[in-house]
Design a protein around this ligand. Structure first.
Ligand SMILES: *Cc1c(COP(=O)(O)O)cnc(C)c1O
Length: 306
């Protein structure tokens, strides 16, 4: 059984233990690129069309060349097949801006003598790794969360599109720093808040609250990434008679709701079992939420535009 799979966009299965990137790849030099993290379950990349749709949107936000979705689908299929059906996997779709042609004169597809600036060719690959151990525990026991300020206003996404708040970019150092900060406080995860005390998202997950038979998540215009898992939950929940809403939430709403969920492609649904040290009991419908998420991400096919 393989424990890692690497497929490049030309469809080639590579040695995942051999070097792949050039030292001057702009993804490495500047964190300039986009990615997706996809759960592979029973050999299927879950909600894959959702992920490809967002990859496209993220690439647009960074002015990267339009991803060739046909080639991505082939590489994804190949990687999933190599991974097999026996256990879950974490599939990463990675697309960087490519090599820094301007600085290094590295090879590019541009003919020499062309007056136009050399356009780097994106570096694109699909990588599958085992699911981290923390994931199973988060699914079954939930997560303890601290709220941390992101130091930004909910208006920033629209006022400053270059902040790329709606894109899943490779610049995640500050998100990882927030998680380490939380770990030092004894917590598992983080809910970021805005300068107006609005609820934003986790460093790698969307926040959804449950109130009676209603699900609420902050809208993307507040500067959060539109989540695949959250959308899959909403699509499934609406069919079962839940009211699903995109609405600004204050941190106070976190204390008065029935339950809070951190939703993400790999962990799927992790219930917040304590918030800033305050214990949160599981509501009766906790398993219903988990079932809805499982069903939602398991559905094949496209689920609307981004
Ligand atoms: C990936 C991510 C999410 C969750 O998205 P999914 O598509 O459900 O995995 C939410 N917020 C941030 C910042 C993320 O990086």
């Amino acid at each position: 059984m393989v424990d890692r799979v690497l497929v490049t966009l030309d469809g080639a299965v590579r040695d995942a233990d051999a070097p792949l990137l050039f030292a001057d790849d702009i993804g490495v030099l500047r964190g300039d690129g986009v990615f997706e993290t996809v759960l592979v379950r029973s050999g299927n990349p879950c909600a894959i069309e959702f992920h490809l749709g967002r990859l496209r949107r993220s690439a647009q936000a960074l002015d990267l060349p339009e991803p060739e979705l046909g080639r991505w689908r082939e590489a994804i299929e190949r990687a999933a097949k190599e991974w097999g059906t026996e256990r879950e996997g974490v599939m990463r779709l990675v697309c960087t801006r490519g090599r820094d042609t301007e600085l290094s004169g590295a090879k590019s597809s541009v003919t020499s003598g062309d007056l136009a600036a050399a356009v780097p060719v994106p570096t694109s690959y699909v990588l599958v790794l085992p699911v981290p151990e923390r994931v199973q525990q988060a699914r079954t026991d939930g997560v303890s969360v601290v709220t941390l300020s992101r130091g930004i206003s909910v208006d920033l996404a629209q006022a400053a599109p270059w902040q790329l708040l709606g894109a899943k970019t490779l610049s995640y150092a500050s998100n990882m720093a927030a998680l380490r900060f939380a770990h030092r406080m004894g917590a598992d995860d983080v809910i970021f808040t805005s300068t107006e005390n609005r609820v934003l998202e986790g460093p790698r997950s969307s926040v959804v609250i449950v109130r009676d038979k209603q699900l609420i998540t902050p809208p993307a215009k507040n500067g959060v990434l539109p989540g695949v898992t959250q959308r899959a939950l909403f699509a499934e929940a609406e069919k079962s008679g839940w009211k699903c809403e995109y609405k600004s939430l204050f941190t106070a709403d976190l204390l008065t709701c029935d339950s809070i969920w951190m939703l993400s492609s790999i962990t799927l649904a992790a219930r917040v079992n304590s918030l800033d040290g305050l214990r949160m009991m599981a509501p009766d419908n906790a398993d219903d939420i988990i079932d809805l998420v499982n069903r939602g991400v398991g559905r094949p096919g496209a689920i609307g535009d981004w």
